[in-house]
Design a protein around this ligand. Structure first.
Ligand SMILES: *[C@@H]1O[C@H](CO)[C@@H](O)[C@H](O)[C@H]1NC(C)=O
Ligand SMILES: *[C@@H]1O[C@H](CO)[C@@H](O)[C@H](O)[C@H]1NC(C)=O
Length: 479
């Protein structure tokens, strides 16, 4: 979808193109304001005309929209941006916009990446930044030197997917705790059922289509939702911050928080602030499958910072009575590599590695216990997906039931030895039929001299399961 690396060898353009789409306001003179829209990769500037018009019709101020044309290869880049933006302002002034009108810059997708450095440089002259289907990379929200709106759809299946946006929203929540105007001046809004392509009209380039989730919402409805948020944000600086605009942004702040709440909750369960892993404990209890509370195991579940440290941790099962035991288990959480913060694929944790003990060991030590079927890592993964489906926000739950592609669970792959188990990753194979999952496991006999009764699993993490429900299960499916 277009956060491809920016070509290093752009032709140096001596002549700045004059081409520009200019949308003057119907009635000038009411708090005149400029908005420059920078295109995404492979999307033609003309395709943002409908967005500009939608924002104009949602606002009561006189909004002058300029959409620069002429990026080489139809590909926004930071080399041409300053010239094109300066030219856009000159042309808006020629068309009658007062020269002291506040100026907002915006960008969609790769355009949202390209505008942020320039905006930072122009902090003294810009009134604010609007980022569509994209996010600040490497720039903390708290210190960004101007008001900035993040506006993204929940069905954006590329880089700006909800799991990535949850990080930016977390920054806002932290900021909001110090400054209660943060949700008005630095809003991070996820719009339900909006996707990446809803920010433009016309033909969807293959790079966008490859990742985007088709929506039940039609383009005009989506544009009305988008236009209203942009208008509310502009009003905070240009239109006297009316009550309706404030309320919309405050409501969006809550709605986005509600949408993301299950994700944050599952993240906490993978590893919480006390370095415990409630989810690993849940997995262990699921594995034990104790019936009728016939025995009680007190589990201490420790989250370990890295796999290499996890390698050196070993379970302890202490029998404390005929019906009771204490157990310590260890787990770690891994994440996909994304060094430039621009990977279009899954963003949630890639596995939960858990060192558990087997049901057989517990049964041997507490013979009075009653136990159900022996369970595999694959069985735990099924339980995890079911829990993620249940936890999903209502609209996402419904969508998944209706069109989500299935998950196939392959039999656990037994790793030859502890170090191999550590090295090998949970196998997640996304394809056009859905997702195939295979855990990497180690299971030793209770009486084995090497760590007898071990039951190690590379598990599907609950946040990755939820991300599948929200996004990846819907890829290629019809609304
Ligand atoms: C224009 O700005 C003034 C001053 O901030 C404000 O009182 C007024 O409501 C604004 N007008 C519109 C239409 O937003
Ligand atoms: C098991 O017992 C050992 C020795 O008393 C102790 O060090 C360890 O903390 C105990 N582990 C658990 C999980 O209770």
């Amino acid at each position: 979808m277009g956060f491809r690396a920016i070509p290093l060898l752009l032709p140096l353009l001596a002549v700045v193109s004059d081409a520009l789409i200019l949308l003057p306001p119907e009635t000038p003179g009411v708090n005149d304001t400029a908005l420059i829209i920078v295109q995404g990769a492979d999307v033609y500037p003309e395709q943002y005309r409908a967005l500009g018009l939608a924002i104009q019709s949602a606002t009561s101020i006189s909004l002058w929209v300029a959409i620069p044309e002429g990026f080489v290869g139809n590909y926004p880049n930071p080399v041409q941006l300053p010239g094109l933006a300066t030219d856009a302002l000159a042309q808006l002034a020629d068309a009658g916009m007062p020269v002291d009108a506040p100026v907002f810059l915006s960008g969609h997708s790769l355009g949202g990446i390209v505008v942020q450095g320039y905006a930072e440089e122009q902090a003294d002259t810009l009134a604010g930044l609007l980022i569509f289907g994209s996010y600040l990379t490497d720039r903390p929200l708290a210190t960004f030197p101007m008001p900035v709106l993040h506006l993204v759809g929940t069905l954006d299946g590329g880089q700006a997917r909800p799991t990535r946006m949850s990080e930016t929203y977390s920054e806002l929540v932290a900021l909001q705790a110090e400054d209660d105007s943060a949700n008005l001046l630095k809003p991070v809004i996820l719009l339900e059922a909006v996707n990446h392509a809803h920010f433009f009209s016309g033909e969807i380039p293959p790079t966008v289509a490859a990742n985007d989730i088709l929506s039940e919402l039609d383009a005009d409805e989506a544009r009305v939702l988008i236009g209203a948020r942009c208008a509310a944000f502009l009003a905070m600086k240009s239109g006297g911050a009316d009550e309706a605009s404030r309320r919309l942004l405050v409501d969006d702040y809550s709605a986005t928080g509600e949408y993301l709440a299950p994700l944050y909750d599952l993240q906490e369960q993978e590893a919480d602030s006390d370095d415990r892993s409630p989810w690993a404990e849940k997995a262990q209890r699921y594995m034990f499958n104790v019936l009728d509370e016939s025995v009680t195991v007190d589990i201490q579940s420790y989250h370990i910072a890295s796999l290499s440290e996890l390698e050196h941790e070993h379970n302890q099962l202490n029998i404390t009575g005929d019906l009771t035991a204490d157990l310590s288990i260890f787990s770690s959480v891994e994440f996909p590599l994304d060094p430039v913060d621009a990977a279009p694929g899954p963003h949630a944790s890639s596995e939960l590695a858990v060192k558990m003990v087997s049901q057989e060991l517990l049964a041997a030590k507490l013979p009075v216990g009653q136990f159900g079927d022996v369970r595999s890592c694959a069985d735990v993964n099924q339980m995890t997906l079911a829990a993620a489906v249940e936890a999903a926000p209502p609209a996402a739950f419904e969508r998944y039931q209706r069109r989500g592609l299935p998950v196939t669970y392959l039999e656990d792959h037994q790793a030859g030895a502890g170090p191999l188990w550590v090295q090998e990753r949970l196998r997640l194979h996304y394809n056009e039929d859905g997702l195939e999952i295979q855990s990497v496991a180690i299971k030793t006999a209770p009486d084995s001299i090497f760590y007898g009764g071990s039951n190690y699993c590379k598990l599907l993490s609950p946040t990755r399961a939820l991300e599948y429900v929200l996004i990846d299960s819907l890829k290629g499916t019809q609304p």
